[in-house]
Design a protein around this ligand. Structure first.
Ligand code: SF4
Length: 147
């Protein structure tokens, strides 16, 4: 069972999640994301990123900063954060951990778990402090965070 701790405000959680993303970016792991966005087409890949609650708050905050308020499901099954007009991620700098570490074979394939397990644990701890119950599929997690 998860350890429940003293709690964390949404602002603190967003900052802590961003620190995790910064730490990940500073790791000497070969990665070559070229913004191909193939990994954002869930129906094609059969894979959907899962987000902890803190990551969902970061994604929702970035989404709101674009002036948008609600997610629109895409009929092609792509990520609702993929802009249909530009085919670009609307929140690229704030994209979830899974988008940075998984799914794209061309970018190098999934990170080895042992290279990032400490960061996953930090995200899980933030999730726990926010009262979350673990990672959830991106569309539902972000939609809830926007409410
Ligand atoms: S959040 Fe961005 S990078 Fe991640 S799947 Fe959605 S559009 Fe792609």
């Amino acid at each position: 069972m998860r350890r429940r701790t003293a709690g964390m405000s949404p602002d603190e959680a967003r900052e802590a999640v961003r620190d995790v993303y910064k730490e990940l970016a500073g790791r000497p792991i070969q990665r070559d994301c070229r913004l191909r966005t193939e990994c954002c087409h869930f129906k094609l890949t059969g894979k959907v990123p899962h987000l902890t609650r803190g990551e969902a708050l970061v994604a929702a905050h970035a989404f709101r900063a674009t002036g948008r308020k609600t997610l629109t499901a895409r009929p092609d099954g792509a990520c609702p954060l993929l802009d249909a007009a530009t085919s670009r991620c609307l929140i690229y700098d704030s994209r979830p951990f899974g988008c940075r570490t998984h799914f794209c074979a061309a970018a190098g394939g999934p990170y080895s778990r042992r290279d990032v397990v400490d960061l996953i644990r930090k995200l899980e701890e933030i999730d726990s402090q926010l009262g979350g119950d673990g990672a959830r599929m991106l569309p539902a997690a972000v939609a809830d965070a926007l409410r």
